[in-house]
Design a protein around this ligand. Structure first.
Ligand code: GDP
Length: 140
């Protein structure tokens, strides 16, 4: 297994309910390290660019509206097999299908407001990290 870096976002439904600390604890307890972090309110244009890969999907507009509905907390996370590990800890996209004990099973409100984002591949991770962070903000 390789040491990887990935991007996670605590989404507006979770920041609204003060779940930031509880979600971050799941990552740290799994042995992952948070090497950069910021709280921000995405603009509509930033949300559209971040999710551009989904621009043809029926839920794209709703997703972008939801992602700008409140503050988010974004972090760069590093560790062994970090990309797959974070996605395992998050659980399936739809909280109704997420395995018991996962973040989305425990905290997700709906298939859209599912509390957390995690990059799905090394290529996506590098795009997403570069989109939200500059090199000097990432401290290993
Ligand atoms: P992820 O990798 O598990 O986050 O899932 P995707 O990359 O497929 O989708 C990105 C995000 O779009 C999800 O995390 C949800 O917030 C949202 N989403 C996915 N599928 C749907 C859907 O069918 N309806 C709505 N409203 N939102 C969705």
């Amino acid at each position: 297994m390789a040491v990887e870096r990935t991007l996670s976002i605590i989404k507006p439904d979770a920041t609204r309910r003060n779940l930031t600390g509880k979600i971050l604890a799941r990552f740290e307890e799994a042995g992952l390290r948070i090497v950069a972090q910021k709280r921000l309110r995405l603009t509509r244009e930033q949300a559209e660019r971040f999710y551009a890969v989904h621009s043809e999907r029926s839920f794209y507009d709703d997703l972008c509206d939801y992602m700008i509905s409140g503050p988010v907390v974004a972090q760069v996370i590093v560790g062994e097999n970090a990309i797959a590990l974070i996605r395992e800890i998050m659980g399936a996209t739809n909280p109704a299908n997420a395995a018991p004990g996962t973040i989305r099973a425990e905290f997700g409100e709906s298939i859209e407001a599912n509390s957390v984002h995690g990059s799905d591949s090394p290529e996506t991770a590098e795009f997403e990290i570069g989109f939200l962070f500059s090199g000097i903000e990432i401290i290993g």
